[in-house]
Design a protein around this ligand. Structure first.
Ligand SMILES: [Zn+2]
Length: 154
């Protein structure tokens, strides 16, 4: 009788850092096929929807707002507030790793562009120090067309 050690290969599930999304990369043609013309112009070309026209500007449902291009969860409804600026406004992202920031010097001013941390899609801009009564005094001014609300069930 020979003692054979049965070696089972340990399963090591791939770990991603908490909060950091998997990178999503698609070709320009793939984005064009997936997104509507308006979604494409905002998410991939950095456009801005007209104020007070977005479907989520006055949305108050409880849920999570995901990137419309890649589905990464970006904002929670609890951080949405009424800024009356014409676009959905949040005072913080769901996690800092979910978004990335780019200095935007277009339109004769320096603004901070906010992009999806996974697919690099344009979301909007973040402003701070405006005096809003929120925990961060930041305003993530985000295009509705860059987001998709997943209402909480129950
Ligand atoms: Zn995305």
């Amino acid at each position: 009788m020979s003692a054979s050690t049965s070696s089972t290969t340990p399963s090591t599930p791939e770990q991603t850092p908490a909060g950091a999304p998997e990178p999503v990369r698609r070709s320009d043609a793939e984005w064009r096929a997936q997104l509507s013309p308006e979604e494409y112009s905002v998410l991939r070309l950095g456009g801005t929807e007209r104020p007070y026209t977005g479907e989520y500007t006055d949305e108050k449902s409880v849920g999570v707002y995901s990137c419309r291009a890649c589905g990464t969860e970006l904002f929670r409804s609890e951080t949405k507030f009424e800024s009356h600026c014409g676009w959905p406004s949040f005072y913080a992202p769901l996690a800092e790793e979910r978004v990335r920031y780019i200095s935007d010097r277009s339109m004769g001013m320096t603004r901070t562009e906010v992009r999806c941390g996974a697919c690099d899609g344009h979301l909007g801009h973040v402003f701070e120090g405006e005096g809003f009564d929120t925990p961060t005094d930041q305003r993530y001014c985000i295009n509705s067309v860059s987001l998709r609300l997943q209402p909480e069930r129950g």
